[in-house]
Design a protein around this ligand. Structure first.
Ligand code: DAT
Ligand code: MG
Length: 150
């Protein structure tokens, strides 16, 4: 089973959306492997978004991520990157479908509540950036496994 890195951004924490968002991933059947609340250091946020370095919105994006606590998580499951990206919805909230996290909970691209890795490679990179190896509990078998998977 694959792993992905998910972060509820500072706006999601301040707006009290943490429980609502985690509940969606739990109900989908995904397995929680790591979770912490952290105010990102600027250097980590810059690395996290390094693919966007040099773009006009990059400094504001980094400042936004560092502006308060985030909930950093690792989730596991079948096709977890694709499944969570779909659940998160499009980057621009006006284009995110109702039923998605951004489509239900966000209005502004600069306050779009949540981050999710966009590929297995970026998931590996981001998990390593935010968590120590021993903080990620990916080995346990979830009690409902046989009822979630054929
Ligand atoms: P996503 O968060 O859906 O993976 P992304 O990786 O393309 O989107 O961009 C990272 C974040 O940067 C995104 O959540 C919001 C912001 N962003 C992206 N494109 C932007 C733009 N053209 N103007 C302002 N902010 C932008
Ligand atoms: Mg992205």
């Amino acid at each position: 089973m694959g792993l992905t890195f998910i972060a509820i951004k500072p706006d999601g924490v301040h707006r009290g959306l943490v429980g609502e968002i985690i509940a969606r991933f739990e109900k989908r059947g995904l397995k929680l492997c790591a979770l912490k609340v952290v105010v990102p250091e600027k250097a980590i946020a810059e690395k996290h978004y390094e693919e966007h370095a040099g773009k006009p919105f990059y400094p504001g994006l980094v400042d936004y991520l560092c502006s308060g606590p985030i909930v950093a998580m690792v989730w596991s499951g079948k096709d977890v990157v694709a499944v969570t990206r779909k659940m998160i919805g499009a980057t621009k909230p006006a284009q995110s479908e109702p039923g998605t996290i951004r489509g239900d909970l966000a209005l502004d691209m600069g306050r779009n509540v949540i981050h999710g890795s966009d590929s297995d490679d970026s998931a590996q990179r981001e998990i390593k950036l935010w968590f120590k190896e021993e903080e990620v509990c990916s080995k346990y078998v979830k009690a409902d496994r046989m009822w979630v998977y054929e």
